[in-house]
Design a protein around this ligand. Sequence first.
Ligand SMILES: [Zn+2]
Length: 257
Amino acid sequence: MSLTPDDYEVYINYKFVSKFGVNSKTNYACPHCKSGSLVCNEEKVNIEETPNSKIERADECWEQEWARYSFNANLICDKCKESTFCVGIGNLEFYPYNGPEENAPSRIEECYAIELSPVYFEPSIEIFEIPKQCPEKITIELNNAFKLAFSDFSAAGNRIRSCLELYILELNPGAAGSLHSKVESIKQSEPSVYELLMAVKWLGNEGTHEASLKEYDLAFAFTALQHCLKITYTSNQSELKKLASLINSNRGSIIKI
Ligand SMILES: [Zn+2]
């Protein structure tokens, strides 16, 4: 199978880091109530330009896009009002003015606004919703991956690899050997998740051995894992699977009246 320009475009657009502005709602769900959104309010955020960025302002070619910032914020949930702390970096983003001419800004600087990019959340943010029936040890390891995901893509990929190892052992407790052989061992019994989990394994390997994972690689691994966990642990799916296997072993309806 060869990579087409469309495949490349789709893959490179996988992402999970979402920037946010001051006085705006972020795209992050509250880790406390899981239903509200985190909001960045002006009075709860500290932003400072980095020392290097200040030095670079002396350069005669300096442009707004060069500016770099650090921030810490207390993000508030719009539902439960609880706090989630976040540290990260910022830059200036250009927003072309499209309004009526009489209100047009007089200086180009006014068309720039700070965009904040998270590096660490406390408590950690759930990048995807983990099914409630997912075994606790997998959930713990996934949360470790979520914790590292914003600051170190490869380290998070390494956690995903451990997660995969635990997951495969849940699917096939007898799986042995290298992680590759363990994933191979579910090829026949779990065809609906096998291929995606093998892809997660390759990405996890790169995170562990080459530390070269990019955001799109990690985002793809999260998406693939989310899909598989849903198939395995969403009640409807596992219920269907269990009933189907009972019907199969019974060679007909499980209830004979
Ligand atoms: Zn909340």
